[in-house]
Ligand binder design. Structure first.
Ligand code: NAD
Ligand code: UD1
Length: 356
């Protein structure tokens, strides 16, 4: 899994990069770190551990085979902390102090859709302010390469299926989605005003799965909001049954269709002086809720009791992408199918019934 990085980074394998990874202790970030190191790069993680655990980074280090992943526990809204990180990681080149990070992969943010509806101020404050402070500190230290973790949610109820990057952004139904959409705009405007910036906006569809070792994986706090962690918690006996949110959508079996993908990220576009680049990160294949449930049962030989429930507010019927742009420009194609995603997600959960 997470082969996207490998493919992208191999193209630049002679150039070592040192990457600032915000939110690197989280689900996508922790897996990304492994691929970064495998490709010969190094990273420093800044994370406030609000939705993650120090243990994830210990296991990442173990999987990479290094004593520890460079880590600073800090909130990206804390300007002094970020300043200190940049100062301490600067280098002296030809007698001049220069910034020590080639790029930032920006994962840090709050991401629970339902919670964002209940706590809009907290979501706007964390996601917007965190990114403002980060971008400003990066700018002043001359680090102007950023990969931002956006979401398919910016398309709202998409105008076309499969969704291409040209598809107009839609009306986001929740504050979480609004922060992604607004931050995309902020970074687009920033790059326009100062073309030294390289901004890659990755619109993730539905990242699921886990590292094949079963040592790291998705570890949501409380009741999972998303489909796969809910399924794995039913499988492990922590939840009684899955609620399938609606079976009357205009889809082949009536349940919601999504584009599930092993988690990914991109650096090559930045190396190519991309300016502003936007990529859909999905497989181009839509699976329904029942497709996922049935595949999980078949591949893993466990039962997943489920019950049809009313639709969830804000859900759409169908959301999958056209991944052609990433394939053409980055030479990337998803390598794993739904079976591997179900296998790896279960391998993680059964080995870690209570998470980290
Ligand atoms: P995650 O919650 O596991 O990771 C996010 C990390 O950011 C956490 O470790 C959290 O502690 C940290 N964080 C949050 N606010 C912070 C702050 N102010 N300062 C420092 N650290 C902070 O989430 P994830 O699934 O790994 O997602 C990573 C990014 O990708 C998020 O921005 C998310 O919105 C985006 N994304 C995720 C998905 C998905 O399905 N997982 C889909 C689309 C987009
Ligand atoms: C959700 C968010 C999206 C965010 C993404 C990653 C919403 C409306 N959208 O996407 O903004 O970027 O997560 O964090 O929340 N389902 C069930 N039962 C469950 C859980 C989910 O039937 O217990 C169904 C949903 O109705 C949907 C599919 O499974 O059809 C996938 O749901 P989920 O994993 O929450 O992802 P999205 O809704 O696509």
């Amino acid at each position: 899994m997470f082969k996207f990085f490998v493919v992208l980074l191999q193209a630049e394998k002679n150039k070592h990069m040192n990457i600032l990874v915000t939110g690197g202790a989280g689900f996508i970030g922790s897996h990304t770190l492994i691929e970064l190191y495998k490709a010969g790069h190094t990273a420093l993680v800044v994370d406030n551990l609000y939705n993650s655990n120090r243990e994830a980074l210990r296991r990442v280090a173990e999987l990479i085979g290094i004593p520890e992943v460079p880590f600073v526990q800090a909130d990206i809204r804390d300007r002094d902390a970020l300043e200190k990180i940049f100062v301490q990681n600067s280098k002296i080149v030809n007698g001049k102090i220069v910034n020590g990070f080639d790029a930032c992969i920006h994962f840090a943010g709050l991401k629970a859709v339902g919670e964002s509806v209940a706590k809009p101020l907290e979501y706007y404050e964390n996601n917007m302010n965190g990114s403002f402070v980060l971008l400003d500190v990066m700018r002043w230290h001359g680090c102007k390469n950023i990969i931002f973790s956006s979401s398919a949610t910016v398309y709202g109820d998409p105008a076309v299926i499969p969704i291409t990057e040209d598809c107009p952004k839609g009306q986001c139904t929740n504050p979480y989605g609004q922060t992604k959409s607004m931050l995309e705009q902020v970074m687009t405007d920033l790059q326009k005003a100062d073309p030294e910036w390289n901004v890659v906006l990755l619109r993730y569809f539905n990242p699921i799965g886990a590292h094949a070792s079963g040592r790291i994986g998705e570890n949501p706090n409380g009741i999972p909001n998303n489909l796969m962690p809910y399924i794995t918690q039913v499988a492990v006996g922590k939840r009684e049954r899955l609620g399938v949110f609606g079976n009357d959508y205009p889809t082949p079996d009536g349940t919601g269709v999504r584009d599930y993908i092993h988690v990914v990220a991109a650096l090559q576009a930045i190396e190519r002086n991309a300016g502003l680049a936007i990529y859909n990160i999905g497989t181009g294949q839509g699976y329904s809720v029942l497709d996922v449930v049935k595949t999980f049962i078949r591949v893993n030989g466990v039962d997943i009791p489920y019950q049809i429930m009313p639709r969830r507010a804000g859900d759409i019927a169908t959301c999958y992408c056209d991944p052609a742009k990433a394939a053409k420009e980055l030479g990337w194609k998803a390598q794993f199918g739904l079976e591997e995603m179900c296998r790896d997600a279960w391998n993680w959960q059964k080995n870690n019934p209570n998470g980290y």
